[in-house]
Design a binder for this molecule. Structure first.
Ligand SMILES: Cc1ncc(COP(=O)(O)O)c(C=O)c1O
Length: 454
């Protein structure tokens, strides 16, 4: 897949610029910052085009995770560049409160047209974390407006990732993200068990047969806390960040049924699955389960400009529409909610998805990715492989006593070769661009095998 080339250090990344001092000024998020400094040129991306990045040490790298799950249409698409440039010339910013702009109004309409039926309202934010915190606030506000202010409790899931806002952290289930911030976490949250069980579902292709009854955890939490105290359940339909944990067959349906029976709102966090990752606009449609709210971000704007949002059932917004007409109904929002630069690029992104039929392309590539990943079964050092839609994960055997080191080493070898990988702990995650070719996916699998066994 890579044209032969000789890696050369990028001119902006001269030995002076890559001095430990310069590389250390930026405190990087979710990063081993000291390790970064030792490999800064490999880890610094200087350009991206199509399905490839180039790093400062001159390697051309296949984009195994569509950026960070956010660039499914590839990089540098001329139509997105054009939309961005035109919007900067036309309307670079408009206030977000009491005011809107044509791109944002149009985008909201288009997103609701793609959403499951009855979800006719969109609230814009700038990131997945903001989307989650906004949805949690909406859930609390909704119950209060309906006269059920006792419903304050939020239920998340172990190994869930819902961003880094204080609400998202509390419902999230990643211990390392939570432990330092204990006193700030929302009181009253509880968690379902995560649905991954290697004894029952190792090397599953698509949805595992075992595990639907894990949804009954919610009944136990209802029995423990009483439904009258529970506002909402939030889950990622497929848990992405902790390594593509695929919901067992029937699990999400059961969760929906229990929520409905107890008047609990069901929020699908579709920051990763939204906009085609499973071949449908939203995972809600793929699994045929109707949530009350959907959070989204990332692929809505192909990662070019930050944008996120919450889609809600009409009735949820309606509950807030009381009081004098001139009064604000929901005291929440951001300076950059519905930023016209972001919504213009998102409108152009949705055009691209439609014109190039990219969700169908994701569907077509799904079996290619599945068979490619599973062909690695039996490779020394690999302990599980999972996939659904155009996403998948490989678990690596950890180096004894040093969790995370194995995947770090594979990631770093990739940066000196031909892959930009993504890892959490000792799991490699894959969500290639929808624009990838079958031979690029085959090459990616070959390279992974080489890097893992090297
Ligand atoms: C499911 C989910 N929710 C929320 C977030 C947070 O999004 P952001 O990093 O844009 O705040 C992520 C990020 O990966 C995510 O995967």
């Amino acid at each position: 897949m890579n044209a032969p080339h000789t890696p050369a250090l990028h001119p902006d990344f001269s030995p002076a610029a890559s001095s430990p001092h310069e590389a250390s000024a930026n405190w990087l998020p979710f990063t081993a910052n000291r390790r970064f400094q030792t490999t800064a040129a490999d880890r610094t991306m200087v350009s991206a085009q199509g399905n490839y990045y180039t790093n400062a040490s001159g390697h051309r790298l296949f984009d195994c995770l569509s950026g960070m799950w956010c660039c499914p249409a590839g990089h540098g698409h001329p139509k997105l560049v054009e939309a961005f440039t035109q919007q900067a010339k036309t309307l670079d910013y408009a206030p977000a409160f009491q005011i809107s702009n044509p791109q944002t109004l149009r985008l909201a309409q288009r997103i609701t047209d793609m959403a499951p039926k009855g979800m006719g309202k969109v609230f814009f934010v700038n990131s997945g974390s903001e989307a989650v915190d906004t949805a949690l606030k909406m859930a609390l506000g909704y119950h209060r407006m309906k006269g059920e202010a006792s419903r304050f409790r939020m239920i998340g899931r172990e190994r869930g990732y819902h961003g880094v806002g204080l609400g998202g952290l509390a419902v999230g289930g990643i211990p390392a993200n939570r432990k330092m911030f204990g006193p700030l976490l929302m009181p009253g949250t509880d968690h379902l068990r995560h649905p991954w069980n290697p004894e029952q579902m190792a090397y599953s292709k698509g949805q595992p047969d075992w595990g639907a009854d894990l949804a009954l955890d919610l009944e136990r939490l209802v029995a423990l806390h009483d439904a009258s105290s529970i506002a909402a359940v939030i889950v990622e339909p497929v848990q992405g960040s902790t390594g593509v944990l695929v919901p067992p067959k029937g699990y999400l349906q059961k969760l929906r049924e229990i929520c409905t029976r107890h008047g609990i709102l069901l929020i699908f966090d579709e920051v990763i699955t939204g906009f085609g990752r499973l071949g449908t606009p939203f995972a809600a449609q793929y699994f045929d389960v109707q949530p009350d709210m959907i959070t989204f971000a990332k692929a809505v704007s192909n990662g070019v400009v930050p944008l996120g949002g919450v889609i809600v059932r009409d009735e949820i917004q309606q509950a807030f529409m009381t009081g004098p007409e001139h009064m604000i109904e929901f005291f929440h929002g951001y300076t950059y909610s519905g930023h016209p630069m972001a919504t213009a690029v998102a409108n152009a992104t949705l055009d691209l998805y439609a014109e190039e039929d990219l969700f169908a392309r994701a569907q077509k590539l799904t079996p290619v990715l599945q068979e490619g990943l599973h062909s690695l079964k039996g490779t020394p050092g690999i302990t599980d492989i999972r996939n659904i839609g155009l996403m998948g994960a490989i678990d690596l055997e950890p180096v004894a006593g040093k969790p995370g080191l194995r995947a770090t080493q594979v990631f770093e070898k990739g940066l000196q070769s031909d892959l930009l990988l993504r890892f959490t702990a000792d799991t490699l995650a894959f969500s290639p661009p929808f624009t990838a070719t079958e031979s690029e996916l085959a090459q990616m699998i070959d390279s992974v095998k080489r890097l893992v066994t090297q």
